[in-house]
Design a protein around this ligand. Sequence first.
Ligand SMILES: Cc1cc2nc3c(=O)[nH]c(=O)nc-3n(C[C@H](O)[C@H](O)[C@H](O)COP(=O)(O)OP(=O)(O)OC[C@H]3O[C@@H](n4cnc5c(N)ncnc54)[C@H](O)[C@@H]3O)c2cc1C
Length: 425
Amino acid sequence: MKDMDPTEICEVCIVGGGYSGMNLARLLTTNGVNCKIYSAGYGASNLWAGTIDLLNFPCENLSIELAKFQVSIPQHPYAKIGMDLINDSLDEFFKAFPNFLAFKDGNNYINQPILTMLGNLKLCVGLWDTIFKDFDKFNPESLCVLIEFEEFNNSAMHLVAKGLQSQFPGKFLVLTLSLSELFAQIDSDLAEKIQDDKISLNNLAAFFDSQKLSMGILANYIKNEVGNQYPKEQFDKISYYLFPPVLGIEPKKVISSLNNHLLGKSFELAALSTSLMSRRLFNQFEQKLELLSTQINKGFVLTSLERHGLNWNCIFEKVKGEKVQILAKNVVIATGSLFVKGFLADEAELANKFHELNLEFPGGLGHDFEINSTKDCSKVFAIGSAAFLMSQCTDEDEFRDGTGLGVAISSSYAVAQKIIREHTK
Ligand SMILES: Cc1cc2nc3c(=O)[nH]c(=O)nc-3n(C[C@H](O)[C@H](O)[C@H](O)COP(=O)(O)OP(=O)(O)OC[C@H]3O[C@@H](n4cnc5c(N)ncnc54)[C@H](O)[C@@H]3O)c2cc1C
């Protein structure tokens, strides 16, 4: 084992750099609280598909449903937060990330159905703003063209078309395009370069960002292919285009450029690529944290947590055995529930460890996501999916009731409020 790096000191040590850890870091730093993120690296956030899930069942009134949770599943994260804080956390999030669309009816968030990659409908309170959601606008005359790129060789668009056709009036046609053909039309050198680099969703998105002024070429290609593949349809009768999410890291600009060239309205189906949608949100978080000079240290696994006077001593190990020691007043466990590493991964070991530290576990997750401790001044919290790990909620509870980004946003907000209040006392 190599020598330990000199001890670093911070007010809040955040363990885990998924959306809950990054959201907490953003809120704390914005309010003058010094914090650092140490993260193993890969988590559920890297697979996120583009929506903000809250509850997994239809409900007219979220407040009423959440009030029921507080009575029937008191250990559920939402039962601890309550509707007011959830509302505030979502309001703050949507303001900070304008690339999202919030589903609201007046001041209330509503669970709206959106289309998923399997062509079925899923409930969420918000989503990446280009996802196709205008179902109520379909009528028997509407003609919707779903664009598929043959290089990806998947049948997702056909499933989506099938799902739409079974539920809505109008006609849904899949149009197959070739990316190589499109690149060759734009620039033959580029076609070769992209082939050499191997087509990935990420490099395509970057390409479309840089080429948004050439969208006229894509629009003409679509027009010609509609003629070739559907000779009986008239191009000017097409009301909607549904694209897979390869259209740029900043898809808004590319889509508005496409809408200038196509007569119909273009949308992008967010949920068709988990990796790309999560990359987009990571990019935005990382940019914000960089502006706030907040460090995200990747490749660090928390291997030990001990009391050190009134602080916590956190030991992290890097892949090659280097160790880093952090002294922090507060520790926030944001390790998720799917890709947890180190001693946090073993429930029995975790229970023993917390017992030794005089922290109540399991089921010890108090209000504001504090893991109950005997000392007042230094605290340990659990947020995001880790809140499930630390409470008595089972995986079945998580799947049945719904959690997702809704829990990551609202629990990190609740903990941020608590730490900020203590900090400004
Ligand atoms: C395929 C898939 C699709 C999804 N799609 C959606 C969706 O469309 N909408 C939605 O609302 N939700 C979705 N979810 C759920 C959502 O992605 C998660 O609920 C959310 O991202 C959890 O964030 P988190 O920060 O709590 O945990 P994570 O993202 O899991 O982050 C935990 C972090 O902690 C790190 N870590 C773990 N152990 C340690 C350790 N010992 N020391 C240091 N670091 C550690 C991990 O490496 C990781 O970086 C999806 C989940 C999956 C798997």
